[in-house]
Design a protein around this ligand. Structure first.
Ligand code: ARG
Ligand code: GLU
Length: 711
């Protein structure tokens, strides 16, 4: 009865752990009871059941997974939802054009009829989560073949999901998924309810929502009003439904009360949302790979792409709109990886882990169940590393070329028997001249940075034949039917025979197939096989760590399931002699004001309010009683352990009231996905009072505040 042993052992290991007082950790809401004592000692005023309860409304019912990658929170009885500006960026961009530049100017619906639908946008509420470890591990044994193990788990999970959905019958919008915790030692079934009619209510201008742009991104002190407002719609019975003009605002079971009382340094806070991925328990080999192979290559490749795109955006406002969202996406991880590498080097994570593994090895020496485990992991990682790198570099270089993405979209549509992708959609944000430059840089990278054995020889030969990468790219863009919208339209209009002949002779189609074939045959299968082998070793390795350190309070790595992180509002010391305060104000925005720089061009309306000191009820006194100084709070930091996916998460006070919206981490904390440093790691939130001030005073949409519960 292997599976029972897993579960029992895990329960016992977790129970043994004394609750340590660190702000590291992302805790499962259904098990938050184990942390509540510690949370209460730090200022939490509610109970575990207020956070998660399946029998009555709890805070989880006011939180959504937004667009499968961010978090959002409900703030009214009528489905009003807050998330980050950068989470709704794609939607705001999709409604924008040169005539209606909502990215630059912002957008506010002045009534419900003006709220804009967003096809494809979804939000999911967690209905419940259940421990299904025994069921998932039925028939799984430790020594089992990795592939067979993976398939067995997938099959058991599939059945569980099927049963769950069957139990909900034809009630709409239910989804279910099984997720692993502690590297396959514990499994939960998550049941969600997904809504598909989510409308854009308002977004501040980018000069607020993305103030500081990519320069300030991942930085503190910060002055970004990173929020956007949406509304969830449901059918007449309050059930999920596809978009329809007949739909009505969704009435949620719970929405957050907003606190405008303010916050002080040291105050308890918690973040309740959907963190995406952390890897706190991996071996030194993985961290070494990230630090020495992966990050240096991907950072360099993205630097080149950003230089090209940045110059083109600078030169032409139309290009700026088309590439704004793409550039932001590329820049975000690019900058994060740089901070991460610095952090890992500063903390010496690789060496620390090596030393830890040496101690672990000693402890394992007289425990036969772990015999050879560390050596096996090390050997498999060695084999895995070149494949993992090639896999990532294909995606970061050659597969980023949009010309090839056009081919891919057409071929995918054909394979699925669908009609050709619409030229207007496909080419909406495309500039052939920019893509040509990108293609040149990325093909150059591809043939030099990817290990030679993974570069198709036919490509190297083709490049040599025309005399180098620039000439090859010239030829590619001059000849391909995908290089401009006009040519693509002409291609789609051809009769079948001519279409087939043109496709067969097209150099972009040829390059796409060549790269795709090498990638799919030479890299992916081996990469997946070795990854599965590593995955199969981790359950035991994780148990070893838990048994080795019975006092340590282990939390499961993030995997885009709902979590609670808690900590306090705290500054930090970035270097000797410097202390960063945990708050920023409007004063900092005005100090950064520079109309000559797009990202720092404070909107006139905000400047005018500042000049008139017209802050209404949002003014706070940062001076003294005798000599008051009034300003508006903007952002704050706290010690909560967060990661990508936590964007848009509610930041809550001890009473569970909304005090901010999480949107970032500081540059010095980005390594926390691999190692958390309590001295340095801070999440960044926009103060809810700034959000309300902007809606009310700057954007003139104060009517929205009427439906909120503000304390
Ligand atoms: N760094 C934040 C996150 O990881 C915000 C990203 C969006 N902002 C930007 N300037 N690109 O998502
Ligand atoms: N901005 C991130 C997001 O989109 C959150 C920042 C982080 O990685 O902590 O989720």
């Amino acid at each position: 009865m292997m599976k029972r042993r897993f579960a029992a052992l895990l329960a016992c290991l977790l129970a043994a752990a004394t609750v340590v007082s660190a702000d590291e950790g992302m805790w499962l809401p259904s098990l938050i009871g184990r942390q509540v004592k510690d949370m209460k000692a730090k200022g939490f005023r509610l109970s575990a059941k207020d956070i998660y309860d399946i029998n009555r409304a709890s805070l989880k019912d006011a939180i959504v997974l937004f667009d499968r990658g961010c978090t959002g929170e409900l703030v009214s009885e009528e489905g009003l939802l807050l998330t980050n500006h950068h989470c709704g960026y794609g939607q705001v961009q999709s409604h924008s054009s040169l005539e209606h530049d909502y990215l630059t100017n912002g957008f506010w619906a002045m009534n419900r009829a003006e709220e804009l639908p967003n096809p494809g946008l979804e939000v999911s509420f967690l209905v419940r989560m259940d421990d299904v470890t025994d069921r998932v591990l039925e028939g799984v044994t430790d020594g089992m073949d990795p592939q067979a193990r993976k398939e067995r788990i997938a099959e058991n999970s599939r059945i569980l999901v099927e049963e769950t959905l069957a139990a909900y019958g034809d009630r709409k919008g239910y989804e279910a998924a099984v997720e692993s915790m502690y590297y396959g030692n514990q499994y939960f079934l998550f049941t969600y309810r997904t809504f598909r009619d989510v409308r854009l209510v308002g977004a501040p201008p980018s000069s607020i929502g993305k103030f500081g742009g990519d320069t300030d991104n991942w930085m503190w002190p910060r002055h970004t009003g990173d929020f956007t407002v949406f509304r969830i719609y449901a059918d007449a019975d309050n059930q999920p439904a596809d978009y329809s003009p007949e739909n009505v605002p969704y009435r949620p079971e719970k929405h957050f009360t907003i606190s405008t009382r303010g916050i002080d340094e040291g105050d308890f806070t918690f973040v309740y949302g959907f963190p995406g991925t952390t890897r706190e328990y991996v071996t030194s080999d993985y961290v070494d790979y990230v630090l020495n192979d992966l990050n240096p290559n991907t950072i360099r490749m993205r630097t080149e792409r950003l230089d090209i795109i940045g110059a083109a955006m600078e030169a032409d406002p139309a290009v700026r709109i088309k590439y704004a969202s793409k550039a932001a996406m590329i820049a975000n991880a690019w900058k994060k990886w740089q901070g991460e590498s610095l952090g890992l080097a500063r903390l010496g994570t690789v060496d620390k882990k090596r030393a830890y593994e040496a101690r672990l090895a000693e402890w394992m020496a007289d425990r036969p169940e772990y015999a050879g485990l560390l050596d096996r992991m090390h050997a498999v990682y060695d084999a895995w590393r070149p494949y993992a790198l090639a896999n990532s570099l294909y995606r970061e270089s050659i597969f980023t070329i949009e010309l090839l993405k056009m081919v891919q979209q057409l071929e995918t549509a054909m394979a699925l028997g669908k009609s050709f992708p619409d030229a207007a959609v496909l080419y909406k944000d495309y500039e052939p001249a920019v893509d040509r430059q990108l293609a040149e840089a990325m093909i150059e990278e591809f043939v030099t940075a990817v290990p030679t054995e993974f570069v198709p020889q036919q490509l190297t030969a083709a490049i040599a034949q025309v005399g180098g990468v620039p000439a090859y790219v010239d030829y590619l863009f001059a000849q391909s039917a995908f290089a401009t919208r006009e040519r693509y339209e002409a291609l789609c209009a051809l009769d079948e025979e001519a279409f087939v002949n043109t496709m067969a002779a097209d150099p972009a189609v040829a390059l796409y197939s060549l790269a795709g074939m090498t990638y799919n045959t030479e890299i992916v299968p081996e990469y997946q096989r070795l990854s599965a082998e590593i995955d199969a070793l981790y359950p035991l390795y994780m148990r070893a760590q838990m048994a080795f350190e019975p006092e340590r309070n282990f939390y499961p790595d993030a995997n885009l399931t709902l979590r609670v992180a808690y900590g306090s509002v705290e500054g930090y010391r970035p270097e000797d002699g410097i202390y960063c305060l945990p708050f920023t104000t409007l004063e900092g925005i005005i100090a950064k004001d520079n109309p000559a720089i797009y990202d720092y061009d404070v909107p006139d309306r905000l400047r005018a309010l500042y000049d008139a000191k017209d802050y209404g009820r949002w003014a706070i006194n940062v001076g003294t009683k005798k000599e008051p100084f009034y300003t508006v709070p903007v952002a704050f930091i706290a010690t909560n352990h967060t990661t990508g996916g936590n964007s848009g998460s509610p930041v809550l006070n001890g009473r569970g009231e909304l005090i901010g919206i999480n949107f970032d981490r500081t540059w010095l904390s980005t390594m926390s996905d691999l190692e958390f440093d309590p001295a340095m790691c801070r999440n960044i939130a926009v103060d809810i009072r700034y959000v309300l001030f902007v809606i009310d005073k700057v954007c003139g949409a104060g009517y929205l505040l009427d439906e909120m519960t503000i304390r």
